[in-house]
Design a binder for this molecule. Structure first.
Ligand code: NAD
Length: 286
């Protein structure tokens, strides 16, 4: 068996395409503008900022990268966030992570006005996920769910195993998949035998940051496997490459598999645009 490879790009394009009319409409009321805050100059964050800017430009959304010195204190960071919260022309705020060690990202994210929290990481927006409200849910969780939906697998009654229980991926993804009445099991670092769970699953979603954790013999033949992992590893040729949390060979067992790179990542970026438009729309109507 060779799995169908479910690419993220067409799904991302569809999501972005659906936003264009809304963005046009907002030009007359409150044009969306996203501000990304970067403390220091982490190269990974700069890379993400560049691709956010590109997505915003493609859609006609304003974008600003607000770079602050890496020795800014927590209080100074909160001031920056407050200023953006109070600026009526800024409709979306995202804190680029990781932040320098002396800063507490979670507290900073909680300082963002929830209606501008396009990353979906404010406790209020995480809480709404419990109520099945995806409006400003974490982008990666929305992307993982969008991949599952795009695969067209029946969710009611499906056995889903979510490997990973982080606040921005594992937990919200598991909660969102309970809504269509899937039976969701969450495995994590404390799970005694994760493979025993994944082998029984119709759908496996993996977000652990452990390259190649899910081996081909962990997968039920024909299952849908959504690989959220993005890991930089050194290849045999000494060059750095991006791999997922699912090991090579999974495509011989799975029915549908999302690739890395080229899978969930592209959809996550599109979800940030979707959240940015949703936040502006809410503020325009407020
Ligand atoms: P995290 O470090 O916050 O959480 C990792 C989770 O994996 C934890 O819940 C932990 O319990 C679990 N885990 C770790 N080792 C395990 C093991 N051996 N067995 C079972 N569970 C184990 O990570 P995160 O922020 O959720 O990110 C996870 C991965 O997803 C990373 O590779 C990250 O780069 C990637 N990611 C991708 C996107 C995207 O758009 N595709 C977005 C965010 C994160």
């Amino acid at each position: 068996m060779s799995a169908t490879i479910l690419e993220g790009a067409p799904i991302a394009q569809k999501i972005k395409g659906e936003l264009k009319a809304q963005i046009l409409k907002l030009q007359d009321t409150l044009p969306p503008k996203l501000v990304a805050i970067l403390a220091g100059d982490n190269p990974g964050s700069k890379f993400y900022a560049k691709s956010q800017q590109k997505d915003c430009e493609e859609l006609g959304i304003g974008y600003e990268l607000k770079q602050v010195p890496d020795d800014f204190s927590q209080a100074e960071m909160v001031c920056v966030i407050d200023e953006l919260n109070n600026d009526g022309s800024v409709t979306g705020i995202i804190l680029l992570v990781p932040v320098p060690e002396h800063l507490d990202a979670r507290t900073l994210q909680a300082a963002i006005d929830p209606i501008k929290d396009v990353d979906g990481v404010h406790p209020a927006n995480l809480g709404r996920v419990v109520q099945a409200d995806r409006t400003l849910a974490p982008c990666t969780a929305q992307a993982a769910v969008a991949m599952v939906e795009a695969a067209g697998v029946e969710l009611e009654g499906a056995e889903v195993v979510m490997v990973g229980h982080s606040e921005i991926v594992g937990k919200p993804t598991a909660l969102l998949l309970l809504e269509p009445l899937a039976t969701v099991t969450v495995c994590h670092i404390g799970t005694k035998d994760t493979a025993a769970h994944t082998r029984e699953a119709d759908i496996v979603i993996v977000a652990t940051g452990v390259p190649g954790l899910v081996k081909p013999d962990w997968i039920k033949p024909g299952a849908l496997v959504v690989d959220v992992g993005i890991n930089r590893v050194k290849g045999e040729d000494g060059k750095t490459k991006i791999v997922g949390d699912v090991a090579p060979g999974a495509e011989e067992v799975a029915g549908i598999l999302t690739p890395v790179p080229g899978g969930v990542g592209a959809v996550t970026a599109a979800m940030l645009m979707k959240n940015t438009v949703a936040a502006a729309t809410m503020q325009a109507g407020a």
